[in-house]
Design a protein around this ligand. Sequence first.
Ligand SMILES: NC(=O)c1ccc[n+]([C@@H]2O[C@H](COP(=O)([O-])OP(=O)(O)OC[C@H]3O[C@@H](n4cnc5c(N)ncnc54)[C@H](O)[C@@H]3O)[C@@H](O)[C@H]2O)c1
Ligand SMILES: O=C(O)C[C@H](O)C(=O)O
Length: 326
Amino acid sequence: MKAPVRVTVTGAAGQIGYALLFRIASGDMLGADQPVILQLLDITPAMEALEGVRMELDDCAFPLLAGITCSDDPDIAFKDSDYALLVGARPRGPGMERKDLLEANAAIFSVQGKAINNHASRNIKVLVVGNPANTNALITQRNAPDIDPRNFTAMTRLDHNRAMSQLAQKTGTTVNDVTNMTIWGNHSATQYPDLFNAKVQGKTATDLIEQSWYEEDFIPTVQQRGAAIIKARGASSAASAANAAIDHMNSWALGTPEGDWVSMGIYSDGSYGIAEGLIYSFPCTCSDGDWQIVQGVSIGEFSQTKMTASETELTEERDAVAHLLG
Ligand SMILES: NC(=O)c1ccc[n+]([C@@H]2O[C@H](COP(=O)([O-])OP(=O)(O)OC[C@H]3O[C@@H](n4cnc5c(N)ncnc54)[C@H](O)[C@@H]3O)[C@@H](O)[C@H]2O)c1
Ligand SMILES: O=C(O)C[C@H](O)C(=O)O
């Protein structure tokens, strides 16, 4: 058996937390041979509810669960942490865009970035789920200057998975037939799901569908899926968000399959002309616990316009939180 790793989850008493913790503890995220110590963070008024979640985790008798701590202090929750899932943040309600949460949530991530910088493992892998995820990841990264910026990522895997399902349904196939999906940009309504490079049973997706469906149905459906779920459920996505967080960390830690890639919001190195230092979603392969941006993906005029629009939005979000960027 491997030595246990420390996994911090913030917002652990919330609805995504409830769908996430049991899957981490059962081995879905880091593998069936990797014990975990859960370090759970929430705010002081949520401590009693968090204690209830801890009791339920105990009651599952997970063989891989080597310990649980619950705290309202980020300095304790991030101590020696190897993996961190930053979920704790306010969700949006009907009629809001995710960037409307910036003011309410941004301060959380500057505090947590500092705690990570001061207390976490130098190799920590951080996934930001709390919205607006890309810019919150940027704030976290900029407040942790002693840690490699590559270790800070934002979740666009839910959008990636949504796009795969929509394409599979349209082409009468299953998600097992869909590869090379890419979400470019921000986890927002400007995100760009790219079907020019996606494949269904090895064939280019855009050869199998009409351009009108792509532009008028597929892209808006993927872009607006979060809002559609809020409208239908009266609460934002939780189980599918937790599932995507598991997928993101699993790919990063254990690798992506040969010939395929995943979408990750990562620190831009200037690839595809995207401003360096933004947290932007790119196609990525992962191996040996590290990610690489897939190079040489073909970008036509249609794609370029949409990729730039999302980059512009991220630049605006970054400028709006300049005071928190360390
Ligand atoms: N990136 C994505 O794809 C994606 C998908 C779904 C939801 N989200 C976002 O995830 C976030 C959480 O959603 P939820 O449905 O679990 O919300 P929720 O309200 O059910 O839970 C949020 C939890 O965070 C806690 N919290 C608040 N401030 C905190 C702080 N400073 N430190 C630690 N914990 C804190 C709250 O007490 C609560 O327990 C929201 O911002 C939501 O918009 C992102
Ligand atoms: O849409 C939201 O606000 C929640 C989440 O980001 C989602 O995409 O489901």
